[in-house]
Design a protein around this ligand. Structure first.
Ligand code: ZN
Length: 363
């Protein structure tokens, strides 16, 4: 472990030169730089962030309504502000969006606890890892709590997802045929980089799952003569507006954003497939074709339907656009399937077939 600011800074400068990795034609930014955190039973809060950021720590002593609070601000915005109840000395942990471009991580203590702010130090352990040891607090009843993976997964999909380098599936010949070179389709793997999206059973991450499915879709459709544009091909931090801007600028025929779901309260019994469109009969058709095909390869997973949604990427794109939720990473049935390459391959085939059926009808 490295302690002391100067040592950490030296460490950071050494890392900064190779920390940036972006697709050149897309501006990328803005999702939260907080990637994962845990509060250990030892009272140590561990935070993983993007490299090269500087979190700011604040302390506020208790008042009539709230206990002592410690909060840390990070650059970038959360997608989903949330609160988790604490155990032992902790009343609640909140992740919020106090103002544009900021993620706030708040630890609120029970009213019986009083902290000495001079003991609070956020220590840079690595360029992307921070520790804050709450030395004052009684540890009785404190249970480990956290979200995401503290150890940064490799930039490429993790071991679980590395079998996707194999050849193009042989069943491509079974897919509908569309005129070669006629259509342009944008495939948008949701999230990316420090925004891992949903984190499910055994730490399975949405960003890895949807990137793998999307890369497979692009290979399948390219084999069928469709011009494909992927909004990202790796683990980069990519905001929503550039995804939409690129699709609109290309004059794409269809836009498909690929996601995986998480249930509130992480209910393992909640599984299912849903596809969203924003408006228009063509968007509805595209969503319906895809939903039907996904259901065929997801036996037992409930049909949550083709639904209207107001997600930014489908609301602001000017072509028929859909957002596909390929299953629940928090659901026992869906998560175990989404962890398997064979299922992700089936999903890629299903979504590709849905897109081709739509294009065939649209021409
Ligand atoms: Zn998502």
């Amino acid at each position: 472990m490295f302690s002391g600011k100067s040592l950490f800074c030296a460490f950071f400068v050494a890392f900064a030169s190779n920390a940036v990795f972006l697709i050149s034609e897309l501006p990328a930014k803005a999702s939260s730089s907080l990637a994962a955190w845990t509060l250990e039973r030892s009272g140590v809060l561990k935070l993983r962030t993007s490299k090269g950021i500087e979190p700011k720590v604040f302390f506020q002593s208790s008042d009539a309504f709230k206990g002592d609070r410690v909060w840390i601000d990070f650059p970038g915005e959360l997608i989903r502000p949330r609160a988790l109840s604490g155990t032992g000395p902790i009343k609640e942990i909140r992740l919020g969006k106090p103002s544009k471009g900021i993620t706030r991580f708040v630890v609120e203590f029970k009213s019986s606890i009083s902290l000495d702010p001079s003991n609070l130090k956020l220590e840079g352990v690595k360029p992307d890892l921070w520790h804050l040891d709450f030395v004052d607090i009684p540890l009785k009843g404190l249970k480990r709590i956290g979200e995401g993976n503290l150890i940064r997964p490799p930039n490429r999909p993790t071991k679980l997802l590395t079998r996707n380098t194999g050849s193009i599936p042989s069943r491509i010949s079974d897919l509908p045929i569309v005129p070669k070179g006629r259509f342009r389709v944008v495939i948008d793997p949701g999230h990316g980089g420090p925004d891992s999206g949903a984190v499910g059973i055994r730490g399975i991450r949405e960003t890895d799952v949807v990137l793998d499915i999307s890369l497979q879709i692009s290979r399948i459709l390219e084999q069928r003569g469709v011009n494909i544009y992927l909004t990202r091909r790796s683990e980069i931090d990519l905001d929503l507006p550039p995804r939409v801007a690129k699709a609109n600028q290309l004059g794409a025929d269809a836009f498909v954003s690929v996601h995986a779901n998480a249930s509130r309260g992480i209910r393992r019994d909640v599984n299912g497939i849903e596809t969203f469109y924003f408006a228009g009969s063509r968007g509805f058709k595209l969503a319906s074709f895809i939903q039907n095909e996904i259901l065929k390869v997801s036996p037992g997973s409930p049909d949550r339907g083709v639904r209207r949604g107001r997600f930014f990427v489908i609301r602001r794109t000017i072509m028929p656009a859909v957002l596909v939720e390929t299953g629940f990473l928090t659901g026992r049935l869906d998560a175990s399937r989404l962890a398997k390459f064979s299922h992700r391959k089936n999903l890629a085939f299903a979504i590709s077939k849905g897109i081709l059926l739509y294009l065939k009808e649209a021409r």
